[in-house]
Design a protein. Structure first.
Length: 426
């Protein structure tokens, strides 16, 4: 029996929605995993209620109780602007704490676990409840190397400036520092975030990536056959943002395509950088060989994965890297920068990690990696098989639950023995 078995756990999951990726999927899947053996209460946003109710009609979770909380409508206007969502989230955390404090009087929780947002520079006020607190996994500590900013648009440079200011302000926030000090265990998605968690006052830090796949996705991706012969197809997945690095991969593809004219580069996703990337493709002479597919339904994304030979993921600061583990689960080698989440997920057996020293070096190394894989189908196959094993071992949601149980068994078992009679509220 695991160290989490039959405990009363309160989850803070601002983002929590079934059948979604990214943050909403993180929140939902932590609920599903922890509610297998424990009684779980989940504080989440009220706008998630309809989707969660529908999902529970198909998949009952008798040990999960959802508490839907939101701020008044006039405050929710803040959410309509990208940067103001952080202000809204901060205020939501305060209200969630007041809700949780009332719940604790009746339930007397054994453990509080903050799961979303996956952000180290925003506080979790639920850490002030008088029970052990687990923070994360959280990310956001990654930074794009300065030498790559020459490829950023003015919009991108302003974004990076504001992001750095927001992180510095957050690291000085006394509530962030209190969250760090009160954490019995903090989980960082990447080594870069682990360093920043230590700076804000966390004492017990472990690495645990946020990204994982569920059984349904693993079954579909695991059945995809090896890509066929003929034209060599390269794929990238993600929002078309400056920090995703797609300009680098486009320029690298131009070098590669000069040697391998029977090749095509597919990019799936939408975003503010699309027009700029289309201009770059024309500028470097590969526009006829680059397809911007836009946003596609998940089943069509998997179909494109079936047809491609390799995934290129040149992100400059990515805590997660979901595209990488989806490609690995599909048996496709991954070419990524040795930064952030992808740098943790991918090893030399299932892909090629490119050092991020200078832009020209990255362009050359990505082009060389593409040539190496295009010229060696057996290497593609072996890396693909190793990628599937890597995902099965480290990036299933069941594995996340087991990893959390292991850490808590080693670190917190003496502290979180159920003792509902002795719990008190501040």
């Amino acid at each position: 029996m695991s160290s989490l078995s039959k405990r009363r756990i309160l989850l803070s999951a601002y983002a929590c929605e079934p059948h979604k990726g990214s943050e909403p999927g993180v929140g939902w899947n932590w609920v599903r995993q922890l509610a297998i053996e424990n009684h779980v209460w989940v504080i989440t946003r009220a706008n998630n209620e309809a989707a969660i109710t529908r999902a529970l009609e198909l998949e009952a979770m008798p040990k999960a109780t959802f508490v839907f909380f939101d701020l008044p409508g006039w405050i929710r206007i803040l959410k309509k602007r990208q940067w103001f969502i952080h202000c809204y989230y901060y205020l939501w955390q305060v209200g969630a704490y007041l809700t949780a404090r009332r719940l604790h009087r009746d339930v007397k929780f054994d453990l509080v676990h903050h799961v979303t947002f996956v952000n180290y520079w925003k506080p979790s006020f639920l850490s002030f409840l008088p029970v052990p607190f687990v923070w994360g996994p959280v990310g956001g500590g990654e930074t794009a190397p300065k030498s790559f900013r020459q490829y950023f648009s003015i919009r991108g440079r302003v974004y990076e400036l504001l992001r750095n200011i927001a992180r510095k302000v957050g690291e000085c926030d006394p509530f962030v520092r209190a969250t760090a000090r009160r954490s019995s265990v903090a989980f960082a998605t990447t080594p870069e975030t682990a360093i920043r968690l230590e700076r804000v006052g966390c004492r017990n830090i472990n690495l645990l990536t946020e990204a994982a796949l569920g059984p349904a996705d693993l079954l579909i991706l695991g059945d995809l056959p090896v890509a066929g012969q003929g034209k060599f197809h390269i794929l990238s997945l993600g929002r078309l943002l400056h920090w995703k690095g797609f300009e680098l991969s486009l320029r690298a593809f131009a070098h590669f395509h000069a040697q391998w004219p029977e090749s095509e580069y597919w990019i799936i996703g939408t975003g503010p950088e699309q027009a700029h990337l289309e201009r770059v493709a024309r500028e470097v002479g590969v526009s006829p060989h680059v397809v911007f597919w836009g946003a596609l339904p998940r089943e069509m994304v998997f179909e494109k994965l079936r047809l491609c030979h390799v995934l290129v993921h040149p992100s400059l600061h990515d805590s997660g890297g979901w595209a990488c583990i989806e490609a690995m689960a599909a048996g496709r080698p991954v070419i990524c920068l040795d930064l952030g989440g992808p740098g943790v997920q991918v090893n030399h057996e299932c892909g090629i990690k490119v050092p991020a020293s200078t832009p020209q070096q990255v362009l050359s190394d990505i082009a060389h990696a593409l040539s190496r894989l295009a010229g060696d189908p057996d290497l593609c196959r072996v890396m693909g098989e190793n990628g599937r094993r890597q995902v099965s071992k480290h990036f299933r949601w069941e594995t996340k639950r087991e990893a959390l149980a292991h850490f808590l068994h080693c670190e917190l078992l003496p502290v979180i023995e159920p003792n509902h009679e002795s719990a008190t509220t501040p």
